[in-house]
Design a protein around this ligand. Structure first.
Ligand code: NAD
Length: 336
């Protein structure tokens, strides 16, 4: 018998139960797919709130204490600067890891995490939640069918007109970057995943902070960024993302792909962060192929729990896609 297979519900520990950590904990609890054993957050009030959904879970003070307990997997949702080191500590102890994005602040950090997961042969996933929306699943099936012909254009947009509300997001050391690290990371992940580890060249980008062009993010993080890149020497990709853009709506989110036989486009509806529609374009006409209505936020976490339960705590080489995406982000940031 394969001893890595978890025959009961996977036993889980949550580290960081702020906004997104509590949201994912609630999703796992409501679906009753995992046994939430441990919760840890320096904010005692947040830990208490999390216990509402995980009755009987133990609160501990640190990741090292969490790891000493009998858990199969660790779910990390702390500020971004902590992700790589906390993931490495959990993976080194043989625990499966589900980490919030970004997995690291640069490609070197991401590489260290993915290589640790490979070395220990344990499961590592990142919460790239948009992969799991019905709208992106519909877009991917059109793309994979080949019916768009030769693809030549991709347009990726993520404007969060509110911007983040916690101070650590604006500290380059704690966040690793601004809107590119926060929102562009999802777009670049989708690019790498949809186009199956493409070759990327000719990366050109401009970053801005408070309306002024900036050359690096050592002092202040970018709140507006545009980038152009070439995929597989044949596809032109445009990326734009921002915080606090006067966009006239809460959010503008788009993944559009154009080919010689038509297009497909995933967009948010009425400025919503949560509702998406996907349309198939034929010349000047269009048809809706996916409408709003799915509750997708916790699906990546549930997929990781399901992999752990059904396939076991084993390394999934698809984790190298996280490194590919981080290398593209380094180029957008013009890191040497
Ligand atoms: N996948 C997504 O779509 C998505 C969406 C939102 C946020 N995120 C990511 O999730 C992470 C958290 O974002 P948030 O908005 O929930 O932030 P948050 O500030 O609400 O939550 C972070 C939590 O971590 C806790 N924390 C800080 N240091 C800790 C430590 N050493 N050990 C344990 N807990 C610690 C804080 O007390 C806080 O409760 C960020 O990296 C963000 O990029 C991902």
């Amino acid at each position: 018998m394969d001893e890595t297979i978890v025959d009961e519900k996977p036993r889980l520990g949550f580290i960081g139960v702020g906004w997104i950590g509590r949201n994912r904990l609630q999703a796992v609890a409501e679906q009753q797919i995992g046994d939430i054993r441990i919760v840890s957050d320096p904010n005692a009030g947040y830990a208490e709130e999390a216990l509402q959904y995980a009755k009987g879970a133990k609160v501990v003070d640190s990741l090292s204490e969490l790891i000493e307990n009998d858990v199969d997997g660790v779910i990390i949702a702390t500020p971004s600067a902590l992700h790589a080191s906390q993931s490495i500590d959990a993976l080194a102890a043989g625990k499966a890891v589900f980490c919030q994005k970004p997995l690291g602040r640069d490609a070197a950090e991401v590489k260290a995490v993915v290589e640790k997961a490979q070395e220990k042969d344990v499961l590592l996933s990142v919460d790239f939640s948009y992969r799991f929306t019905n709208g992106i699943v519909a877009l991917k099936s059109v793309l994979d069918s080949g019916e768009l012909g030769d693809i030549y254009g991709v347009n990726l947009v993520f404007h969060n007109a509110y911007g983040p509300d916690k101070p650590w997001y604006f500290d380059p050391k704690l966040a690793g970057g601004g809107c590119v690290m926060d929102l562009g990371v999802h777009l670049v992940d989708l690019l790498v995943w949809l186009f199956n580890n493409p070759e990327v060249s000719d990366v050109n980008s401009q970053l801005f902070a408070k309306g002024k062009k900036i050359e690096d993010i050592v002092e202040q993080v970018e709140d507006y960024a545009v980038a152009q890149l070439l995929l597989n020497n044949s596809i032109a990709v445009q990326i734009a993302c921002s915080w606090n853009l006067p966009a006239g709506v809460d959010a503008v989110i788009e993944v559009s792909i154009y080919g010689t036989n038509g297009g497909v486009s995933f967009k948010n509806v009425n400025g919503s962060f949560y509702d998406f529609s996907t349309e198939r374009f034929h010349g000047t006409s269009r048809e809706v192929i996916s409408s709003p209505g799915d509750s997708w936020g916790g699906k990546a976490a549930m997929d990781w729990v399901a992999q752990l339960a059904e396939k076991g705590n084993k390394f999934n080489p698809e984790a190298f896609q996280y490194l590919k995406a981080a290398e593209i982000l380094d180029k957008i940031y013009k890191r040497k």
